[in-house]
Design a protein around this ligand. Structure first.
Ligand code: DX5
Ligand code: ZN
Length: 217
């Protein structure tokens, strides 16, 4: 069986107890997913580089920073300095995805594009060779706790096929509405990294959810 990685999104944590939430899950998480929202690219505002930097100080797991901001090129350096280990941004948010991917790769961290639910999968084709990760959004970006969009399975198939052809080393990350009832299906359709926000952070026992997804004792 292939490796499956889990990246719990702290967007669903109680922000007044962020440190405790991170410490609870870090030993069982492959990454900690940090959702950065600017109120422009998406209709919500979450947190910025200081939160990432403060989490970095207390957290041993790598940080998977998902930028949902317009012109992400303005903040690449800031988030790398804050401690991002993976930095992804939306293909819809910039006119120069290749330049942004290259500028992230030059800093020796992993880079990737995120694709919103209404964006053609094929738009990433010409940038795929520069991606370590491609984030397929399975909800409209902006909020945690939304329902998984069923059309994402077909889109995942298309992205998996494209990835296998163009850059088999790139990992596919699926983000939005992942829970214990659908994680097996998205893995079967090619997902390598599973983001899970509410399903993990709002669970009574977050670790048991992670263990079930990763099939560990
Ligand atoms: C949505 C975010 C997601 C979200 C996932 O804009 O990018 O990462 O926090 O949360 P759940 O798993 O609750 O859908
Ligand atoms: Zn996200």
């Amino acid at each position: 069986m292939k490796d499956v990685f889990i990246s719990p999104s702290i967007l669903s944590a109680d922000f007044t107890k962020m440190g405790t939430a991170v410490k609870t899950i870090e030993d069982y998480s492959d990454y900690i997913h940090c959702d950065v929202m600017d109120g422009l690219f998406v209709p919500n505002i979450s947190f910025g580089p200081k939160m990432v930097k403060d989490i970095r100080k207390i957290c041993t797991a790598p940080l998977d920073v998902h930028l949902m901001i317009v012109e992400p090129e303005r903040y690449v350096q800031t988030f790398i300095e804050s401690g991002a280990d993976i930095l992804t941004f939306h293909i819809e948010a910039t006119k120069k995805p290749a330049d942004v991917l290259e500028s992230i790769k030059a800093r020796n961290i992993k880079s990737g594009l995120a694709i919103s639910p209404d964006t053609e999968i094929d738009t990433v084709r010409k940038f795929l060779h520069l991606c370590d990760v491609v984030v397929l959004m399975s909800v409209y970006p902006g909020f945690g706790g939304q329902k998984f969009l069923e059309k994402s399975i077909e889109r995942l198939d298309r992205l998996t096929e494209l990835r296998n052809k163009v850059n088999p080393d790139a990992l596919i990350e699926i983000d939005g509405g992942i829970n214990l009832s659908n994680y097996e299906e998205v893995i079967a359709h090619g997902a390598d990294i599973l983001v899970a926000g509410s399903a993990v952070l709002n669970a009574e026992d977050p670790i048991s959810v992670i263990k079930e997804i990763k099939k560990i004792q």
